[in-house]
Design a protein around this ligand. Structure first.
Ligand code: GBH
Length: 452
């Protein structure tokens, strides 16, 4: 490739997820999801915000597809709501739920936009939560039933699939830290949840080999860990943090084993995990692509007693932080892509999420929201992706997070990640400067990033 542009065929897109944008969670026969229930539980989200309306995408999807086409997006990564299709989690299929995604996919194809569908982006049917959710070993079977139904309905038009979005967050935020549905805080549950997530993933991939003709993968959140010093204690802390977040899922998927460090991390909860450890080899199931969600890095030091719920993270005061409090550190994106290639080999990689929440000024007369920090964030991270490609890493595409300002889970509507501003009172959409910048980048296949 020439100096500035990305390889031919590099796929440029943006991402959202069902509960964060759709709204109308109970429309047309849909069942209650864990997130509907969680967000309606007092004090679980900022301001008591819920996904009842969100971006009203369930009703405004056509307008949103036109918005995507206007930006020149080549692909759209969205997720499917399990409880729209199986209101009870298993058994009875709700056809209107499937119809929504059929219309969405047809609308994408009509505009020349490649659909990339995620089966699970954190909204579990509440009926399954009542049966233990990700703690119940049957979840692998429930998930495969759901996945197979969706493959049969959409695989003739959807060439790219992923099973789970960020299993680490499902486990950590949902069952360890209590910040996401179902809000548990249990070191004992965590390894069982991880294992069931991986079993469900592997089982759905096997089902796809029988049913599907496209490509299926997994999406993980990766956050490179750097030791705060060369002290052996800090180096060991780095290894634990890396094992917990970055290797806990990828080692089983690619190498067929759990990282040894989990033993130190989970202490007494780990022996209970012996059966799972013995089964790890069966989790190794070849995938066609790997999705990486990258937002920040961590500098870690040894802090006894703090693990595993919080690693000893050292805040880098001299660097910019986003509204989420996450350090902006683009070189780590290059590092993590090189790390994945070196550790796990040459699987096609996609950045399935990357972006930032910053404070946005009110919508001005000129119909554009000025968001210089977000423009810089995208520019610098896309340069970091380009650098990884220069170093020979097989990165095939990039999805900005997110198309729209949306329901940021427990942070509600207070944090804005969109390329497009959404007024949550009127549902008016206004492209930000970053949307225009990203459209320019796409048009020139990266040339607008300039050197660097
Ligand atoms: C993604 O997860 C989600 O897939 C998406 O739905 C969400 O809207 C988006 O990010 C923005 O939040 O607090 O300093 O310890 C994000 C995964 C994992 C990224 C934890 C930040 C913690 C940094 N996150 N990580 S810190």
């Amino acid at each position: 490739m020439s100096e500035l542009v990305f390889p031919e065929g590099f796929l440029w897109g943006a991402a959202t997820s069902a509960y964060q944008v759709e709204g109308s969670p109970l429309a047309d026969g849909a069942g209650v999801s864990n997130w509907h229930r969680f967000s309606h539980t007092p004090r679980m989200t900022h301001n008591g915000d819920t996904g009842d309306i969100a971006c009203d995408h369930y009703r405004r999807w056509e307008q949103d597809l036109d918005l995507m086409a206007g930006l020149g997006l080549q692909s759209y990564r969205f997720s499917i709501s399990w409880s729209r299709i199986f209101p009870d989690g298993t058994g009875r299929i709700n056809q209107p739920g499937l119809d929504f995604y059929q219309r969405l996919v047809d609308g994408l194809l009509a505009r020349g936009i490649t659909p990339n569908a995620t089966l699970y982006h954190w909204d579990l049917p509440a009926a399954l939560d009542d049966r233990g959710g990700w703690l119940n070993p049957d979840v692998a079977h429930w998930f495969t039933e759901y996945a197979t139904t969706v493959f049969r309905a959409l695989d003739d038009r959807v060439p790219m699939w992923s099973t789970l979005n960020e299993p680490w967050v499902v486990m950590h935020a949902g069952y360890m830290a209590g910040e996401h549905a179902p809000g548990h805080r249990s070191t004992w549950e965590a390894p069982r949840v991880s294992h069931n997530l991986l079993r469900a993933h592997a089982s759905a991939v096997r089902a796809y080999r029988a049913e599907g003709r496209g490509r299926i993968g997994l999406v993980v959140n990766l956050e490179p860990k750097y030791a705060a010093s060369g002290r052996p204690e800090d180096v060991a802390a780095q290894a634990r943090a890396e094992a917990y977040m970055n290797r806990q899922y990828l080692d089983p998927v690619f190498l067929g084993r759990y990282p040894d460090e989990l033993r130190d991390l989970l202490g007494e909860a780990w022996p209970a995990h012996a059966d799972e450890e013995a089964e790890a080899e069966s989790l190794r199931e070849p995938i066609d692509w790997l999705g990486i969600n990258y937002y920040t890095r961590a500098v870690t030091r040894d802090e006894p007693g703090d693990l595993p719920v919080r690693e000893g993270r050292v805040r880098q005061e001299r660097h910019t932080h986003t509204e989420m409090g996450w350090e902006v550190y683009p070189p780590a994106l290059t590092d993590v892509l090189v790390w994945v290639r070196d550790r796990y080999g040459d699987v096609p990689l996609y950045i399935t999420e990357n972006g930032a929440a910053f404070y946005d000024p009110p919508v001005a007369e000129e119909d554009v929201v000025e968001d210089p920090l977000r423009v810089a964030y995208y520019r610098d991270h896309l340069r970091a992706v380009r650098e990884a490609i220069r170093r020979g890493v097989d990165v095939r595409g990039y999805y900005a997070w997110s198309l729209l300002d949306n329901f940021e889970w427990s942070a509600g509507y207070a944090k804005r990640f969109g390329l497009v501003h959404v007024d949550h009172q009127t549902q008016r959409r206004t492209p930000k400067r970053s949307a225009r910048f990203y459209a320019d980048v796409i048009r020139g296949n990266g040339a607008a990033l300039g050197p660097g």
